[in-house]
Design a protein around this ligand. Sequence first.
Ligand SMILES: [Zn+2]
Length: 115
Amino acid sequence: MPRAGDLLSDLAHAPVTDAMVETKCPVCSQSQRLNRARLSSADPMRMTYVCVRGCSPILIVGLAIDLTWPPDRGVRVGAYSLRNPEDLIVHLEGEATVVIPANRNAWTALDHGED
Ligand SMILES: [Zn+2]
């Protein structure tokens, strides 16, 4: 499974690493860079980034097929998907940022124990 930074490089048309991506935990609201998050790949079809405080997933990298239902579950990048319950803020070189808006249903699906 690719890292989120690899997929965001495609979306941003610039080199991105996990350390350049900021998001917020949907539970404790702690802002954090993805390189600080704990990575869980217990499911070989998904890579889950978990809040630095351990309270909740903050992002799931999975397969595009994960986006079939419900709508607004995530963003498709080629064969993969990014499911982010909060905005992803990509800090590019210099002052530029790219924002991937939160997906309204990313968290709903997580909350129902599907993952
Ligand atoms: Zn948290």
